[in-house]
Each structure stands twice: as C-alpha cells, then as structure tokens.
Design a protein around this ligand. Structure first.
Ligand SMILES: [Zn+2]
Length: 331
C-alpha cells in the first residue's frame, strides 16, 4: 500500500514559548477575496467542531475493525477510504489548532480592552448595516497611524525616501533575523510619480541577561507575559521578540512571534503595526456569558497590507502618512 508511505504523520501540536521561532514561509498564491468578508469564532463553535471530528475518528476506527472480517477486495476498499479520510482529518486538526490559537488570543484581548472592543462592535454593526459612508469614515479612522518617535527619515536624494527603523531584539538566531529583515524590507517599498520609498531595519541585539539585570530572565520554552517582557527593552527603538502563542504585535512598540508558520506578508503586516498603523479590519464581539465571547471579524478588502494581511500591498500612501505623522511629532 504505497499511499501510506507518502502520507505525512499527524502534525505535532505546536508548543510555544520564549525563544521558539516560526518558519518564515513564502506567501500563498492570492485567492479571489470577496469585497467584504466576515468571519466568526467562539469556544462553543470550536468545541462543536472538535466533537464533529471525534465522531469521524470513531467511525474510522470502526471501519478499521471491519478489516478483520473482510475479504481482500473489501479490505483494499476500506483501507483506501481510510487513507482519504486520514488526510481530511489532518487538515481539520490544523484548522482546530488555528481556532484554539485565535480564541486564546482574542478572548483575552477583549477582556483586557473591553471599551475599545465595545466601540469596534458598534462599528461592526454599522458596517454590516451596509452604510457606505460609514465604511469610508471607518477607513479614515483606522488609517491614521500613531507614528513612534524612533523612526528616522533619511533623504539623501530628493526622489528617494528611506525610513530608518531601529529594532531591539533578544532573538539569537542570526539566520532568522536576516530572513525577517529581508522579508519586511522587500514588502515595505513603494513608488509614486517622483519618489521611491523604502524601509531600512537596523537590528540592535540585546542579551536577555541585560534586559533583566537583577533576576526573572525568562528561559527558553517559558510562557511569558509578552507586554511585561517588552517593557524591559529600551524605548528608543521597536522590539522583535518571541514567546507569543500566536504571532502578534503592539502598535508602535513590538512584534512577538509564535511557533506557527509565518507568511512573509503577515510579518510585514505585523511590522506595519510597529510603524504605528492599526488594523484596517474590525473585530467586534457578542458576550456569551460563561462561554466567553463570539468574536466577529469584518475584513474590507482594499489593496492595503493593513486591511488585507494576506493579499494587500504597501502603498505610497502608507509612507506619506508616516512622514506626516513624523512631522507632527517633531513640531
Ligand atoms: Zn494586524
């Protein structure tokens, strides 16, 4: 039965922790995305998904037991069917892992920033009602970056603008850092009629022992409070660190990577947050009481890396907004 050997073993559940790094992988081919996509998830829905998959597993085990009493032809048929089902079970396991990651992360975020999510929920409901003017207004609100003061604009020639970004990191893997730098810089380029814009990252390596001079330094594999950890870094630069359940960022401050594969474009999107941009999509919620929240996402698709992390591009407008934001700070 050669098919079995070609089938990969079930994926190990991802174990996250301090100094655990993801693989940075090429972006998937872009799919056709509807103009406005909605997506909802919750613990009860995830549990129902798990229950459904357990039923399929029980059925597969049952089928396997039939092999004992079957003739050769019937055995071949059962085994072939089990191989097909095995592949779809593995795909579902990956999806369930993703749902668990999303839930862990966003359920907590809503508890921590309830007021902001209340506002976003109002926007979500307005957007769903289809009032186009509202959508326009929302895009403007989300488009104003909170530019951090550590960005520096280097304009050696009138038609070339380079934004210099110092980034402190306690990641020791130089190969990972090189790929991260290249991926972000390749994405963060734009050109309009008479100016080309680009980004230059300068990593500043810091030792974890220097971040925690007294004690309390995390060890590889530790589960850490990312915000508290990021607060140990100098403030005259951004931060790139590890230990997240799920790669995410804090506007104007840090990117924390998790273990799951990281698309280059997603990394560039997260880095957009460090530059001061908020998400161009809206995340609201419904309170489910003891069962947590139902999380509601609304993605308006524009060709904008902050609205569409999987397909969007960096536009000259992003750089213009950055330059305007920097002028405001310097004034
Ligand atoms: Zn984002």
């Amino acid at each position: 039965m050669p098919q079995i050997q070609a089938t990969p073993p079930p994926p190990q559940p991802l174990v996250y922790g301090y100094q655990s790094l993801p693989r940075i992988v090429d972006d998937p081919p872009s799919a056709n995305t509807p103009p406005v996509a909605t997506f909802a998830y919750s613990w009860p829905a995830t549990e129902a998904y798990v229950t459904g998959e357990n039923v399929k597993l029980d059925r597969a085990e049952n089928d396997l037991r039939q092999v004992a009493n079957a003739d050769d032809a019937a055995t071949q048929e059962i085994i072939n069917k089990l191989i097909r089902e095995y592949r779809s079970l593995i795909a579902s396991q990956g999806t369930i892992d993703q749902y668990i990651q999303y839930n862990r992360f966003w359920q907590r975020a809503i508890v921590q920033e309830r007021e902001r999510f209340d506002q976003l929920t109002k926007l979500y409901d307005l957007m769903r009602s289809g009032e186009v003017d509202v959508a326009e207004a929302v895009r403007e609100v989300l488009g104003q970056p909170e530019v951090p003061s550590f960005l520096e604009v280097i304009q050696a020639q009138p038609d070339r603008v380079v934004v210099h970004v110092p980034v402190y990191t306690d990641i020791e893997d130089e190969a990972f850092l090189a790929v991260a730098k290249r991926s972000i810089e390749e994405m963060w380029q734009a050109k309009d009629v008479d100016t080309t814009y680009s980004l230059e990252i300068q990593f500043r390596n810091v030792k974890v022992s220097d971040l925690y001079p007294v004690d309390g330094a995390p060890k590889p594999g530790d589960h850490i409070d990312i915000r508290a950890h990021a607060a140990h870094f100098p403030t005259d630069g951004a931060v790139l660190t590890t230990g997240a359940e799920y790669t995410h960022s804090f506007v104007g401050r840090y990117v924390a990577v998790g273990r799951g594969d990281l698309f280059k474009r997603t990394l560039a999107h997260e880095f957009g947050h460090v530059l001061g941009f908020r998400d161009g999509y809206i995340r609201g919620y419904r309170d489910l009481g003891e069962q947590g929240f139902e999380i509601l996402e609304l993605t308006s698709f524009f060709d904008d890396i902050m609205s569409a992390p999987r397909q969007g591009s960096v536009q000259p407008a992003h750089f213009r907004l950055l330059l305007e934001g920097l002028k405001k700070i310097q004034r």
